[in-house]
Every structure is written in structure tokens, then in C-alpha cells.
Design a protein around this ligand. Structure first.
Ligand SMILES: NC(=O)c1ccc[n+]([C@@H]2O[C@H](COP(=O)([O-])OP(=O)(O)OC[C@H]3O[C@@H](n4cnc5c(N)ncnc54)[C@H](O)[C@@H]3O)[C@@H](O)[C@H]2O)c1
Length: 370
């Protein structure tokens, strides 16, 4: 049995349960400690998921029994938290976005390189059966050469359900930095690197009222665009649109398949990139109707498969998929849309991007030993 990768979790809020639950499926990952600014939250999650230790931040950083920090803090704390972990010789895997701007992201990657540790970053949803199946079919040429696409993420915002939704309206939040990582990571995996982009962004609803329980009635002043429309030209020639919005209601697109890719020989409906296993449909020019594709990869995964893939990579020396460079390329695009909106000019991404290897089919659930 190879050595397990020992993980300390920093940030035990809304999303942490998804990680702590799913991580139990991966023998290579051992969650050993929890931390949060609010130590009651850390204690509660540790108790709920049987995590043996609750450590304060200094203990967490100093511990020689932790190899990797799983950073589930809010966006503006991602880089500071990860940098401190790196300084202490630990690998890091952060929730998205990698940082609130390019400068932060770059600082993180450079620090990790210097310390010879790995950086991972959400999302890992692209490793699920949905996007992997779409990628395989596109690579096989099922719809010919991709020409166009639409990618839509339109909703009224998160203040109706999230217990602490303020961060969604601060710099590093907004629908592009919050949801864009799912869509852009999926598009990069499907279509490859981007050649050029342009964007238009607005603050459509400048003040919000929280209607979730704990902070009901409190107001939020929106500090970053809540509606962003982008246009992307990929190096493979495909040109399309992405709309991310926290200022719209009742979208008419099918939320299960919010990305459509149009090719020279047909069209593909791509599942929600915020989920792992949604259905892929395609229709070629002579098909009488849409065809549902057979999934190409194991179903049932959830958040933390990116950490598990990283744990296996640390053992074998192979590359991991949800890596810092991919997240930095996504950050470059996201900031590019906002910059382009301000400057009125298109932007050519600077961050290098290479698609990670596809997930191999046929392995048992929980095993990523390749
Ligand atoms: N909530 C979701 O559905 C969801 C889904 C996917 C990804 N995410 C991402 O996960 C991250 C966290 O989101 P969330 O919804 O869990 O937020 P949250 O506010 O519920 O939880 C964040 C937690 O981090 C803690 N924290 C903040 N700064 C810290 C610091 N410096 N040190 C230690 N703890 C700190 C907070 O006290 C809080 O408990 C965000 O980046 C978000 O984009 C959230």
C-alpha cells in the first residue's frame, strides 16, 4: 500500500461537507485535521465527518503530519492561505478561483515552484463522466470541426440561499469569478487554448438584500460586475459566447445542458459543468433526433476527486489534472473579460494552457492509479 496523502482542511463552511464526504471514497487521501476562523465550525465538521483533529492555524501550518492543505476559504483568502501553506512546505489545493486577480495567481504559482510543491485548484467537475464524455466525442470528431458555442450561466444571485453570500459580490466574486471557472475549465478541456477574447460587464443590480436565514434583511453593496458577457475565439477556430449573470431570472435554456457546441457535422449539448455526471446529447446532420451518448468514464464522483488525482500524482510523479496552471489560465480569461470591458479592446491570453490528459475509462470507482 502506498503512503496516504495527509490533508488538513482550512475553511469549514458551506462547501466543506461535499469534500469531506466524497474524500472518504479515495484510499489515497486521509483527512487528518480541520481549521476555520470560526473554530466552532471546524469542530462541528470534524465531528460530523470523523476527522481526528481540530487545529488552530499555527498548528495546522507547523504540523509535520500534514502534506497538503485543502483551502476551502472564501476567494479573497485563497492566496494568502495557500501562500502560507507553501511557505511551510505543504502542497495546496484551493477552491476556485485560484486568486482574485492574475497577480495573485502568478505569485502563488511562483512561490510553489520555488518550494517545489504542487498547486491544485477547483473545479474538478471536468473530471466527471459528463465533460469527459463530451471531450471524447468531440476529439473523435462526432460533430466535425467545432465552429461555434454558447455557454450560459444565468441566475438572480446567491443571496436567497447562501448563509454568508457577501463574498459573491466582492472583488474575486461576481458570476464570472464564481461560476466562470466551471464553464471556462470545461471549455478549455473541450476546445483547447484560447486565442483571443473580449468582454462587456456591468453592475446590473447594485444593491442586494439577503433573504437566506441567518442574515435575513441585511443589504450588500455590489463591488464587482454582476453580469458579464464574453466572446471567445479558440485556437482551433471555434468562436462563441459565454454569459455569466447574477442579475437574470427564468432563463429559457436547459439548465442541465447549459453549453451547446455547434460543429460542421452536427451539434452537441454539454452537461452542466458545475456537476459531474450530466447527460451528453448529440445530433449529426442525418440523425432524425438527438442521441444520448454512453458515459465514457466512471459515474458518481464529486468534489475532492481533484485532490485524489493530485494525491496519486504525488505518489507516481505523473501530472495531475486540476492543477494550478489550468486555474491560472482560467483566471487570465476571467480577468481578461473585465479588462476588455474597461478598455474596449480584445485581449490575447498570456497564460500558457495545455489540456490535461483525459480520464481513462474502465477503472473501479475510487481508484485513480494511472
Ligand atoms: N457554497 C457552494 O455551493 C460552493 C460550491 C463550490 C465552490 N465553492 C467555493 O468554495 C469556497 C468557500 O465557499 P463556501 O460556500 O463554503 O463559503 P462559506 O462562507 O460558507 O465558508 C468559508 C469558510 O472559510 C472560513 N474562512 C474564511 N477565511 C478564512 C481564513 N483566512 N482562515 C480560515 N478560515 C477562513 C470562514 O469562516 C467560513 O467558515 C469559495 O471559494 C466558493 O467559491 C462554494
Amino acid at each position: 500500500m502506498k503512503k496516504q496523502i495527509r490533508v488538513g482542511v482550512i475553511g469549514c463552511g458551506a462547501i466543506s461537507g461535499a469534500y469531506l464526504g466524497m474524500a472518504k471514497n479515495f484510499p489515497m487521501v486521509e483527512i487528518v485535521a480541520c481549521n476555520d476562523l470560526d473554530m466552532d465550525k471546524a469542530r462541528a465538521k470534524a465531528a460530523e465527518f470523523g476527522v481526528p483533529k481540530v487545529l488552530n492555524i499555527d498548528q495546522m501550518m507547523a504540523s509535520s503530519e500534514i502534506d497538503l492543505i485543502l483551502n476551502l476559504t472564501i476567494p479573497k483568502a485563497h492566496v494568502a492561505t495557500a501562500l502560507r501553506a507553501i511557505e511551510n512546505g505543504k502542497h495546496t489545493y484551493s477552491e476556485k478561483p485560484l486568486g482574485v486577480d492574475r497577480a495573485e495567481g502568478l505569485k502563488l504559482l511562483e512561490a510553489a515552484k520555488k518550494k517545489n510543491v504542487l498547486v491544485g485548484c477547483a473545479p474538478d467537475t471536468f473530471m466527471g463522466a459528463g465533460i469527459q464524455t463530451a471531450r471524447k466525442l468531440l476529439d473523435d470528431g462526432i460533430i466535425g470541426r467545432p465552429v461555434a458555442f454558447t455557454a450560459l450561466m444565468m441566475c438572480p444571485g446567491h443571496e436567497s440561499w447562501h448563509p454568508s453570500p457577501e463574498f459573491y459580490y466582492q472583488v474575486g466574486g461576481g458570476p464570472m469569478f464564481d461560476m466562470g471557472p466551471y464553464y471556462l475549465t470545461a471549455l478549455l478541456n473541450l476546445l483547447g487554448p484560447v486565442k483571443r477574447l473580449s468582454g462587456m460587464a456591468s453592475v446590473a443590480i447594485p444593491q442586494r438584500t439577503i433573504t437566506s436565514k441567518d442574515k435575513f434583511g441585511q443589504t450588500i453593496v455590489v463591488q464587482t460586475p454582476d453580469h458579464i458577457c464574453g466572446m471567445l475565439e479558440f485556437q482551433n477556430g471555434a468562436v462563441g459566447n459565454i454569459i455569466t449573470s447574477f442579475a437574470t431570472r427564468f432563463p429559457t435554456y436547459d439548465g442541465r445542458q447549459p453549453i451547446t457546441i455547434y460543429g460542421t457535422q452536427g451539434t452537441m449539448r454539454v452537461p452542466d459543468p458545475n456537476d459531474f455526471d450530466g447527460p451528453v446529447h448529440y445530433r449529426r446532420k442525418d440523425d432524425a433526433d438527438w442521441i444520448e451518448a454512453q458515459p465514457e468514464f466512471v459515474k458518481g464522483y464529486g468534489r475532492s476527486i481533484g485532490v485524489a488525482d493530485m494525491a496519486y500524482a504525488m505518489q507516481s510523479g505523473r501530472a495531475h489534472r486540476a492543477d494550478g496552471q489550468q486555474a491560472y489560465a482560467v483566471l487570465d480569461l476571467m480577468q481578461g473579460f473585465l479588462d476588455s470591458s474597461e478598455s474596449g479592446r480584445s485581449y490575447e491570453p498570456k497564460a500558457a494552457y495545455e489540456r490535461p490528459a483525459p480520464m481513462p475509462a474502465g477503472l473501479p470507482f475510487g481508484v485513480l492509479d494511472f
